[in-house]
Every structure is written in structure tokens, then in C-alpha cells.
Design a protein. Structure first.
Length: 387
């Protein structure tokens, strides 16, 4: 069976790029490790395959799957999320260009743009993406090539109006790039809302099992696709066959996992909201969240990411982070197991001292697919250790 754009998400997730192997009928396509391919005479390529950097059937299957789920036409799979972002920026910008990005962007993205590509001549202006007037002013004041947004954002869980940002970017001749890692293509499809490019750390929800690192870029414009594809081939930060295979396997169950992640995230957020030790709960599924109504419009559910700030400040946050047993203190997110992160000293340590710095009383929770009662019980006992 082949996937059709008229089919539901889970059907496309299982079948896009996953035709059975014709010789044996194997329902799981074989994993292709070969680095090179026999030619039928000079230049006589079989199905276009020549060398592993330029193409691999396992990677191509994943790319077809990603494009189908993000409602794009072309997808490119990279060795990491930052490799994907780097290829995108180098493919579509030149020295002297400018990026307007959220002032709560992922620390690694900001480090790449400001400290690596800044030396190449790419400027940047961080702004509050919820303030559309400030975004418009920043775009108009510079030679802006990209408006770059995460929604929900990492780790402050801000929700940004993708349709409105697309209008601002396009009016200025810029492109809207949406990092869709937190939502995943199951919960949100930015290309359908007017975005030009979607980026992912496929390490997170798409892979879903904390056993593979990868990234992706998805577009629906042929000219953009050609430029990104050229950089992927020429620079070569492609995902390896095993990484592509593991990512495809994870992606097939994304829908059912995200349903559970969202259920658990909602339960944890509602429990946190009632705790006297808590200063703020940042979760778009709560009616108290300032982006709740917007999230309802542009997302299917609210996901498994919850951030929480403590009245007891840094000491309380650190104590809880080091007192859980079901939640594991670790980098990353989006796996089947629940993780807890102290962004100020972990994922966002690189932006300390900048306007992107994360509050020191904040913890980021990635709610896995365990029983929600056990997640709440684990937090309850951890809270009892707050001084």
C-alpha cells in the first residue's frame, strides 16, 4: 500500500515511503548500508543511486515519510537538528543577510546563528514573537531573509501566531521558518499555515525513543528544495542508514505516542497548577496560558512539554530536579521516558547573560508515556524535598 495525501495522519505515517520489498514481499523495507552502487555502464545509475552521501534508499524513504506528514513536497534528513539548521541557513542566506528570531529560541539555535554564522556575516535580532509590531519593525529595519520562530517555544512554551508571522515575513520579502520540534507534525503543520520552511530535531518526538540523533528540513517550494538539497549533498551532513531506519520506525508511531504525551502533559500541568510551591506553570493546554486560544486554533493537542517556575527560586528548582526517580534528569526531550531538565545550566547554558537567558527558577519537563499517576506521584515526593 502507498500513502495518499487524502489519508489520515497515522495511515500516512505507517505507509509513506514504506512500500513492501518487491523481491521477497517483506513489509518492512530493507536497511541499505551500502556506501556505493554498481552502475550499468558509465553514468548508468540504477534508480538514481551512485554514492551514499548523495542518496540512500533508507534515507530517501524517511524523507518521503517526513514530507508526507508535514504536508510538504520535499524533506531532507540530516545528522542532527543543528546540522539541518546550518544547511538551511547556508543554502538560503548570504553574508549581509539578517535573521529575526524569537528571544526565547533554543540555545543551540541562537549559538549557531550568533556565534558560528555571525562570523560569516549573518546578522540577527532576537524579539518577542508575540509582539507582532516589534517583529514587523525588526524585519523592516534590516535586510531580513528569515523570520525564525519556535512554537511552542523552548523552554518558555510561548505560542506564536504562524499565520500572522507568515504575512509579516512575506510582506518584507522574507521567509518564515518554523521549528516544529515541540509540536511535531502530528500536532501542528506550519506549512499549511503559511510557513515556508519547517525544521525539526528528529532526535525528539519524531524518533521518540532516545536512541537516535537527527534533524530535518521540510519545504513545499521547488526552488527552495533544490538549494537545500544541493547543500545537503555538497556539505554532506546526512543521516546515516541506521539513523534513518530508527527515525522511520519511531515516526510510524508518532500519532499514538503524541496522544499519550499530551494526556500526560495535561495531567502534570493541572497538578502543578494547584501546588503552593509553584510560581507559574507554562503549558498551552491550560486556560490560564496566554496562548491557549491560539494554540487551540493551530494545534491539534497541546503536547507533552511542561515548564514550571518555583516560588523558592533556584534552590527549589534544583532540589526537585535532583529528587525524582521516574523523571530522569537529562538533556533532550520527546522520548517515551519522562525527562527533567534545568535549562539555565543545561540546554540553555550557552545563552546565559543574554536576553535569551532562562529564569533560574524554571524546570522543563518532558512527559513520557508512563502512567500519569506515577508521574504525579514522583513529582509529589520530589516536592516534599523542597527546603
Amino acid at each position: 500500500m502507498t500513502a495518499s495525501e487524502n489519508q489520515g495522519f497515522n495511515t500516512r505515517a505507517v505507509h509513506a515511503g514504506q512500500e513492501f520489498e518487491p523481491r521477497t514481499g517483506a513489509v518492512v523495507p530493507p536497511l541499505h548500508f551500502s556506501s556505493t552502487y554498481a552502475q550499468d555502464g558509465i553514468g548508468g545509475l540504477r534508480s538514481g543511486y551512485e554514492y551514499g552521501r548523495g542518496g540512500n534508499p533508507t534515507r530517501d524513504a524517511l524523507q518521503e515519510q517526513l514530507a508526507a506528514l508535514e504536508l510538504g513536497t520535499h524533506a531532507y534528513s540530516f545528522s542532527s537538528g543543528l546540522a539541518a539548521e546550518d544547511a538551511l541557513i547556508r543554502a538560503l542566506t548570504r553574508p549581509g543577510d539578517h535573521i529575526v528570531l524569537g528571544n526565547d529560541a533554543y540555545g543551540g539555535t541562537y549559538r549557531l546563528i550568533s556565534r558560528v554564522l555571525g562570523d560569516w556575516g549573518i546578522g540577527n535580532t532576537p524579539v518577542d514573537m508575540a509582539n507582532l509590531d516589534r517583529v514587523r519593525h525588526a524585519v523592516d529595519a534590516h535586510k531580513t531573509r528569515f523570520v525564525w520562530v519556535e512554537t511552542p517555544s523552548n523552554p518558555l512554551m510561548k505560542i506564536t501566531d504562524i499565520v500572522a508571522l507568515a504575512d509579516i515575513a512575506h510582506d518584507a520579502g522574507a521567509l518564515l521558518v518554523v521549528d516544529n520540534t515541540f509540536a511535531s507534525p502530528y500536532l501542528q503543520n506550519p506549512l499549511a499555515l503559511g510557513a515556508d520552511v519547517v525544521v525539526h530535531s528528529t532526535t525528539k518526538y519524531i524518533g521518540g525513543h532516545s536512541d537516535v540523533v537527527g534533524g530535518a528540513v521540510v519545504v513545499k517550494d521547488e526552488e527552495l528544495a533544490e538549494k537545500i538539497g544541493f547543500v545537503q549533498f555538497a556539505v554532506g551532513a546526512v543521516s546515516g542508514p541506521m539513523d534513518a531506519f530508527l527515525t522511520t520506525r519511531g515516526l510510524k508511531t508518532l500519532g499514538v505516542r503524541m496522544d499519550r504525551h499530551s494526556e500526560n502533559g495535561q495531567a502534570v500541568a493541572e497538578w502543578l497548577l494547584e501546588r503552593p510551591e509553584v510560581e507559574a506553570v507554562l503549558y498551552p493546554g491550560l486556560p490560564t496560558h496566554p496562548g491557549h486560544e491560539l494554540a487551540k486554533r493551530q494545534m491539534r493537542k497541546f503536547g507533552g512539554m511542561v515548564s514550571v517556575q518555583f516560588k523558592g527560586g533556584e534552590a527549589a528548582a534544583r532540589k526537585v530536579a535532583e529528587s525524582t526517580s521516574v523523571f530522569t534528569l537529562a538533556e533532550s526531550l520527546g522520548g517515551i521516558e519522562s525527562l527533567m531538565n534545568y535549562p539555565s545550566e543545561m540546554t540553555h547554558a550557552s545563552v546565559k547573560g543574554t536576553e535569551l537567558a532562562v529564569p533560574v527558577n524554571l524546570l522543563r519537563l518532558s512527559c513520557g508515556i508512563e502512567d500519569k499517576e506515577d508521574l504525579v506521584a514522583d513529582l509529589d515526593q520530589a516536592f516534599s524535598n523542597i527546603p
